[in-house]
Every structure is written in structure tokens, then in C-alpha cells.
Design a protein around this ligand. Structure first.
Ligand code: ADP
Length: 448
């Protein structure tokens, strides 16, 4: 207790024995606390880091009989210093909400952020040149403090302050070493948290970029698709013109050419309708969706691709599957990604029968499963553990983004996606989606 520390000063005989033993015990105890802290920081996931740091500021402060502690961060030398984590004893006044050490303690802040510790055991121990710190200590009645720069790698990203108001206290160098280590552990955890946040931001940018990419690929293949019937229409109409100009006496021939042209025009219109449909609502928009119909829609869209590649595509949709709530375009993209991958896989296999089956079935209660099964050569061992990572591809023209995009969409919809080898040949990729609750379904319908 701090009061006892004061009393000890006035009782030299008891003081000598207890003083030499106490700091050692305190240091030993503190050392094991810091190893616990190290383990806790390693375990903490990015979103738990802040909570853990505040918890540990409290544990450290209590273990050392301190009254208030805090962490101050600065992103760069031109940014303001922010108080990011604090702990205090109940009866100790908190720092003002808008406390800005960079302003109130400008010189001291620069001193600490330059990598220097400011440690004093009593108010008179504050270095004379740090006048702002002297004034601050006098104004707030601080008795002892240790302000330690917080390193992350080879950079100071902030500082941690440990204050005592009720009485002075010594800071044995071994204890300070441990405290410095604790602050470094905080710094590393904060750095890890920040880089994970940056990674998440980069991933979402990637998601947007790759979605755009997928879309442009889709457009390219659809333009290709439209060009075919347009060419046929042109040649049929050319034939009709010739027949008419030659005053042809066989109207049946001209009629056949015209009806072919009509059929091709219809096909083109249908393709355009589907493309427009795919682009409609490109921004995320969740509605109640019949997943069976969605899958059928996508399979129709790539039926000609399957025919071109001589792939037998089977579609099995259970009539018992309920609706899901989701973004139509995004879910279409997932199905399309898995189908295109399966098409690529069967092309690479040496089997004379190229087969891809897509199944929509009820999963355990409340879930629906969409599986795409191929009889290709299976997943290459070199990518087997990294399938859902960005830029992992075995294809010369591949981008290695399809599965990443699929997973992120599926997870955004509350489901999960996985791949498993088939017992005989090939692979099955599957994802689950939660079925719409009645209320959701109604709300989504109203939103439509
Ligand atoms: P990309 O198709 O551009 O390569 P993806 O992320 O969609 O990107 O796929 C990553 C890799 O996963 C592919 O290059 C391929 O090696 C593997 N893969 C995906 N689907 C299958 C499949 N059905 N069978 C075997 N390997 C597959």
C-alpha cells in the first residue's frame, strides 16, 4: 500500500529489511505478470487487442500500486497525439476528455516520442529543462511517474504513462526494464492490430476491384456470345436480299431464312436481357431470393459455354429448398465462379466424359447447400492449402481471385464455402447459405 511506503521512510530499522526484500519480490511478481501479458497479447485477436490492453494497464497499475495509466498514440510526427487507452483507480480524477499531451506537454511529448523515458520518483525528480512537465506535475499533484516510449519495430508509435498521485515511489531499474518490455508488447499488439485493419481494407478494395474484373470478363464473353447470332442474322438477311433481288420463285427458302433470323434475334435479345439482369443492382442489395431459380439462371447463361467445351452439365435442384436473403448479383457470381472453375478443371482432365453437376439441396435445419461437382483431375497439391488466398492460381490466364471473391461473398451472407475431393475423381466445391427467416423474407420483399 502506498501509505505504508511513506511510513517506512520514517521507520529506518524495519525499512532496511523490508525495503530490500520488497522490491525484489515486487520485481519477481511483476516479471511473471509481464510473461502472462506476453502470452495474452499473442493470443488476442486484432479486435480484442484494445480491450486486452486496457485490462492489462489495470493489472500492471494495480500490481505496482499506481493510480492512473494511459497509452498515447501518434500515427506520424505531423499527427496529433491521441489518448487511446486509459485506466485509473476509482477515486482518481480522469484526464480531461480532450487531453492532448502534444499540446499541453509539447516539449515533454517530443522528448518521449524521440525515444526517451521520463521517470521520476518524486516531483523534484522532473528534469529542469522539461518545464511543461514540471508545471503539469505541480498542477495535478503527481508524485511519481514513468512515461515510456512505445516502440513497434524500430519506430516509436506513442508512449505509455504510469502515474502515482498518492505518494512518491521508486522505480528500480529491473522493474523499469520489465515495464519497458510490457510497453513494447503493447506496441507490437497495436501494430499487429493496425496492419490487420489495413489488410482488411485492402481486401475489401480487392473485392471491389476483382468484382469489376469479373464483370468485365463476363461482358467480354457475352459480347462474344452476341456476335455469333448477329453474324447469323446478317448472313440470313443477306440471303433473303439476294433471293428477293433475283425475283426468286421459291418463297419457302426466303421464309426459312427470315424465321432463322427471327430466332437468332430472339436469342440475342435474351442474352442482352440476362446481361442487363446481371448488372442491375450491382451495388449490394439484399432481397429474398429463390436460390434454385438463381442457379438455373446462371446455368442457362453458360449453357452455350458448356456445349462449346463439350461438357455435360447436370442441374439438380431440390423443390424443398427455401428462399435465402442475399444480393442477387453477388450470389450469381459465386455460382458462376465455381462453375467456370469446374469447367476449367474438366478441360484439364483427360477423361473422355467431361461432367459437371450443380446441386441445390437443403442442408441441416435452416441452411441450404449449393455444390458444384466435377470429374476433373482434382486440386493441384501446390495450391491445395491456399485455394481461398488471393492470386493463387495454376492457370496461365488465371487471376487467382475467383475463390477469394466467392468466399468473401458467401461469408458476407453468413455462410461458408469449402472444397473436398470426390471419392473417385475430381472435386466438389460447396457453399452454404442461411435460409431467410419469415420476417426477413417479408422485409426483403417490401424492400424490392
Ligand atoms: P483462377 O480460376 O483465376 O485460377 P480461383 O481463385 O477461382 O482463380 O481458383 C484458384 C485455383 O484453385 C485454380 O487456379 C485451380 O488451381 C484451383 N481450383 C479451383 N477450382 C478447382 C476445381 N474445380 N478443380 C481443381 N482445382 C480447382
Amino acid at each position: 500500500m502506498p501509505r505504508m511506503a511513506d511510513q517506512r521512510k520514517t521507520q529506518p530499522t524495519r525499512d532496511r529489511t523490508s525495503r530490500s526484500i520488497r522490491p525484489r519480490r515486487e520485481i519477481d511478481r511483476f516479471e511473471s505478470l509481464v510473461s502472462e501479458l506476453s502470452a495474452a497479447m499473442t493470443r488476442a485477436s486484432a479486435h480484442e487487442v484494445d480491450r486486452e490492453i486496457e485490462l492489462w494497464l489495470g493489472k500492471i497499475s494495480q500490481a505496482l500500486g499506481l493510480d492512473r495509466s494511459g497509452i498515447y498514440e501518434r500515427d506520424s510526427s505531423s499527427d496529433p497525439v491521441r489518448t487511446t487507452h486509459t485506466w485509473k483507480r476509482p477515486n482518481i480524477p480522469p484526464l480531461p476528455r480532450d487531453f492532448d499531451p502534444g499540446k499541453v506537454l509539447k516539449r515533454t511529448t517530443e522528448y518521449v516520442l524521440a525515444g526517451n523515458q521520463l521517470v521520476f520518483s518524486s516531483p523534484t525528480g522532473v528534469p529542469a529543462e522539461l518545464t511543461d512537465a514540471r508545471d503539469f506535475v505541480a498542477q495535478y499533484g503527481l508524485k511519481a511517474s514513468a512515461i515510456i516510449p512505445m516502440w513497434a519495430g524500430d519506430q516509436v508509435i506513442g508512449a505509455a504513462g504510469f502515474d502515482r498521485f498518492r505518494a512518491a515511489r521508486e522505480w528500480p531499474s529491473k522493474l523499469l526494464d520489465q515495464l519497458t518490455l510490457a510497453v513494447r508488447l503493447f506496441g507490437s499488439a497495436i501494430e499487429r492490430k493496425q496492419s490487420e485493419i489495413a489488410l482488411q481494407a485492402a481486401r475489401s478494395e480487392l473485392r471491389i476491384a476483382s468484382r469489376r474484373n469479373m464483370m468485365s470478363q463476363l461482358v467480354a464473353s457475352l459480347v462474344h456470345e452476341i456476335n455469333q447470332p448477329l453474324g447469323a442474322i446478317l448472313s440470313n438477311l443477306g440471303g433473303v436480299t439476294r433471293l428477293l433481288s433475283q425475283k426468286n420463285t421459291e418463297p419457302a427458302m426466303a421464309l426459312a431464312a427470315v424465321s432463322d433470323a427471327i430466332e437468332d434475334t430472339k436469342r440475342t435479345a435474351e442474352i442482352i436481357r440476362r446481361v442487363r439482369f446481371m448488372f442491375k443492382g450491382h451495388a449490394e442489395r439484399k432481397i429474398a431470393i429463390g436460390i434454385g431459380e438463381l442457379v438455373t439462371e446462371v446455368t442457362k447463361l453458360i449453357a452455350s459455354e458448356a456445349a462449346l467445351r463439350k461438357i455435360l452439365m447436370r442441374v439438380e435442384i431440390s423443390p424443398f429448398v427455401k428462399r435465402v436473403v442475399g444480393d442477387r448479383v453477388q450470389l450469381q457470381q459465386c455460382v458462376l465462379n465455381l462453375l467456370i472453375n469446374a469447367f476449367d478443371a474438366v478441360r484439364d482432365g483427360n477423361s473422355d466424359r467431361r461432367e459437371v453437376a450443380i446441386t441445390v439441396a437443403s442442408e441441416k435445419t435452416g441452411w441450404v447447400r449449393i455444390s458444384v461437382c466435377d470429374n476433373g483431375p482434382g486440386i493441384a497439391p501446390s495450391v491445395a492449402n491456399r485455394l481461398f488466398e488471393p492470386f493463387v492460381t495454376t492457370k496461365s490466364e488465371g487471376m487467382g481471385l475467383g475463390l477469394l471473391l466467392t468466399r468473401s461473398i458467401v461469408e458476407q451472407h453468413g455462410g461458408r464455402v469449402w472444397a473436398a475431393p470426390n471419392p473417385e475423381r475430381g472435386t466438389t466445391f460447396a457453399f452454404t447459405l442461411p435460409i431467410a427467416q419469415r420476417k426477413q423474407s417479408r422485409a426483403a420483399k417490401n424492400h424490392q
